[in-house]
Design a protein around this ligand. Structure first.
Ligand SMILES: Nc1ncnc2c1ncn2[C@@H]1O[C@H](COP(=O)(O)OP(=O)(O)O)[C@@H](O)[C@H]1O
Ligand SMILES: [Mg+2]
Length: 245
């Protein structure tokens, strides 16, 4: 399902090990990217993996995200996706590479037969999970092109660098659940995530985002648990990214 060409491996652990330890060979740069977003390969014996590599050194400063790095936010977003059981972000790590430390993320081959323009507004369960995940991480950039459908069941998302701001800035194309009640499983997931953030994840997160951002993250989760509904688009700031694709 995650096949990457003829030498690909279906073994998740082998792929993750390769992403952690393999030598990164940069083979391209994504041209429309605003920061240095590099396409790279890692090879070990029979196995070849493609990845996205975003070196911290290639980041442009953003006035509204002055602290930390985009790469660290992407890694923190992955950790929250896993800890919250959302599973909507490809395997992501922070590691060294040819242009220094950066975020490395497994490349996902898309199912080209899925038309994103129809798909993004559907009620697909994994889009719903991503919608809740975005509310938790305060994603300011959930574009249609940041949706990565692998097949009809599995949909992942990318580009989580502008997230975790202390002020509410949710900007997304996924508003189909606005004000929809959360299920009891979703509430349970959020409660477990909150415990995880305060225990297992606490020290790792504190190296990636500021303590104010961690408090704001906890407050957003608490608010979702209290209100028991998906957020509605704000009247005070643009609630849909531009361009939307
Ligand atoms: N892990 C990934 N797997 C597959 N495609 C990806 C992945 N990460 C990014 N992309 C593709 O590359 C584009 C640019 O990457 P993105 O993370 O959005 O960079 P930028 O921060 O420069 O916008 C995305 O819109 C998406 O089409
Ligand atoms: Mg992008």
């Amino acid at each position: 399902m995650y096949a990457q060409g003829p030498m690909a491996t279906d073994d998740k652990f082998k792929r993750e090990e390769l992403l952690r330890t393999g030598e990164i060979r940069v083979t391209g740069r994504l041209v429309d990217a605003s920061n240095a977003t590099l396409f790279a390969q890692l090879t070990s014996g029979e196995t070849e993996i493609a990845c996205i590599y975003k070196p911290v050194a290639g980041e442009r400063p953003l006035w509204d995200f002055p602290d930390g790095t985009l790469a660290a936010r992407e890694y923190a977003a992955y950790l929250i996706s896993e800890a919250g059981g959302f599973h909507v972000v490809p395997f992501t790590i922070m590691r060294d590479g040819p242009f220094g430390i950066g975020m490395v993320q497994e490349w996902i081959d898309l199912d080209e037969s899925i038309d994103l323009m129809d798909f993004f507004s559907s009620d697909h369960p994994q889009l719903r999970a991503m919608c809740l995940f975005d509310a938790v991480i305060n994603n300011t950039d959930r574009k249609i092109g940041h949706l990565l459908p692998i097949n009809n069941e599995v949909v992942l998302g990318c580009d989580h660098g502008v997230t975790f701001h202390v002020e509410d800035k949710l900007r997304t194309v996924l508003w189909q659940w606005s004000q929809t009640p959360l299920t009891s499983e979703e509430i349970q997931t959020l409660e477990m995530l909150l415990v995880g953030i305060r225990t297992n994840l606490a020290s790792t997160l504190s190296e990636l985002i500021t303590s104010e951002e961690i408090s704001a993250l906890e407050m957003r989760i608490e608010r979702l648990i209290q209100t028991r509904v998906f957020p509605a688009p704000s009247q005070e700031w643009p609630a849909v990214p531009w361009p939307a694709f």
